[in-house]
Design a binder for this molecule. Sequence first.
Ligand code: 1PR
Length: 535
Amino acid sequence: MISLLDYGAGNVRSLRNALARIGAEVREVRGPEDILEAERLVFPGVGAFGSAMARLEQLGFVEPLREYLQADRPFLGICIGLQCLFEGSTESPGQPGLGIMPGMVERFPESSGLAVPHMGWNGIRLRHGGALLSGLEDRRFYFVHSYRATLEATGDWLLAESDYGAPFAAAVQRGQVLAVQFHPEKSGEPGIELLRRFLAGRVQLSPGSRRPPAQAPTQLAKRVIACLDVRSNDAGDLVVTKGDQYDVREAGEVRNLGKPVELAARYYEEGADEITFLNITAFRDFPLRDQPMLEVLRRASEQVFVPLTIGGGIRAFTDADGRAYSALDVADEYFRSGADKISIGSDAVDTVEQVRAHGADGSSAIEQIAERYGNQAVVISIDPRRIYVDSPDATPRHVVETKISGPNGERWVWFQCTVRGGREGRDVDAVELARTCEALGAGEILLNSIDRDGTGSGFDLELIAAVRGAVGIPVIASSGAGSPEHFIEVFERTGAEAALAAGIFHRREVPIDEVKAALDAAAVPVRRDGSASGS
Ligand code: 1PR
């Protein structure tokens, strides 16, 4: 029996699904007394440190939690659930934490040149032997956070550390009180195994087994993402489709490459580091009406224990009865159905135009969703196409010199953002869009290319390098993957944190593991078979 401290601040569906997978009986913590009655308590903190602690205070949970922790009863904190154990966090000055551990949680320094949030699969180094992580120390786990506990702040609670610029606490333990900075529920089989051990009470520390820090640093893996473009076909069935330069019809019919849930489960088994669903016609069909899509997400999240992103139709909408929905309402429904991140396409372009004209006022979907769910949950999907110009001064948009000349020999290009699945171009370039969205609170950029989509001719390296160089958040390179070499090239030459592909995986031309084997051989760090041994 596990008591789940879900204080209603965000999405814990993934965790519920992972607990269901290991056969745990889950009980909700509804009042302060439920904390003291718990057999095993899991606290999956969500959102920002300050709002998590403020919510615990409001619910009267702080004192019973302290009492539970001080009595050394079985506890597993996840992510913010680890950070709340400290005295405070520089994320929310003045807001006290539970204070079980001395010291403050701090933001990753931006100066390191590394993207913040720290997002993706990283290794761990055990600093204390114990049952919880023994045998899992060569695995990678999924992290997503902008603040971390330093080793100094963690002191003798340190169970395992990871490196991102400098070492930080990946797991802490004292007695039966455990907490992990990564997300076991999103870390594939090693994460499920960790939850299983917690449920079974297999968590004892091995006395006298403290380890020295002198081991090779861990590395954040480059992520390989499988993308499923989903829409209804002409018979009304929801199918995975794939376009060539965004045209998904062949001989008049929508291409049907399989069933969304089955394909997602297959890619999870084959080692995809994340799975992205794009509801590609949601710009015209209001997604909350699209119950089959929400059902796809629910079912996929029961089988897929790596992060799931969903995009399409995240914008304000008024239905036929005059009922108004905000973009946040749509996002709420996606998160409730099992999404870990949402991706915003067309609405981000509208927002950037408005911010350019009137400045930011906190009302955009990006700001509102980031505020409620955290920056890391907001991905911006950009659908740019190349516009060639004769000189860098030909337009106020961000122009780059190109080695791929235009139809009339032009050597300059800008990357025009489009909306409605590439149907309409706007006077906004991809670099401005990415920068503005980052400033509004987006946590990641999914960078497509209409020119390369479905061509198998490789990623648009010039586009990706221009956008990656302009922002401090992770960038997912997308469109054009045709071979493992294209993945090596995009990681070696652009600094992208992740690469996404669709066609080559759907058509089984190149399995995910072949891509990862090639990356591994080229010394690009990747997660292979859930193991970090490849890097
Ligand atoms: O504008 O917020 O409703 O979101 C709509 C979303 O749907 C956007 O993320 C947009 O990119 C996507 N979308 C809209 N129309 C299409 C289409 O193909 N007709 N798909 C579309 C975009 C692009 C990729 C694709 C890669 C890799 N798909 O994500 O998966 O290009 O393909 P490849 O490896 O086969 O080259 P909104």
